[in-house]
Structure formats: structure tokens, C-alpha cells
Design a protein around this ligand. Sequence first.
Ligand SMILES: [Zn+2]
Length: 75
Amino acid sequence: MALVCHNCKKRAQRGNRVSHSKIRTHRKFMANLHVHWISVKGKKVRAKFCSNCLRALRKSEKPIISVQASSVSQI
Ligand SMILES: [Zn+2]
């Protein structure tokens, strides 16, 4: 799973780029993802998290519960 937050499943969204003359073309709003090492069942694995989830992880210093070991191993 690429470019998806492993905690909240946030991903890119679509929208329009609007010029001054109101001509609309498609664009993507990417999620602010960062690679972070976490421990799942005693193993250290890499996972991508959005900046909001990383901030919550650093503040609480609790392990992220919703991350599944099977989804992390596909990185
Ligand atoms: Zn997230």
C-alpha cells in the first residue's frame, strides 16, 4: 500500500486547480506522509504515517493499535 497512512488510511484526494480565468484542471492533494519505524509483535518494521498520526504517536508514546502486521509487511 503506497502513499496511504497506515493508522488512519488517509490518502491523496482529487480537486481542481483554478486559474485566474476560472479554467479548471484536475490536481491531486497529497497526504503529508512520513516513514517511521514501529514495533509490531516485537519486530521493528517501517510504516508510513501522516503528520497528524505521527504527532499523536509522539505525544502519547503509546503503540498504534490499528496497524495490522500483515499490512505493514507489504511495504
Ligand atoms: Zn494518519
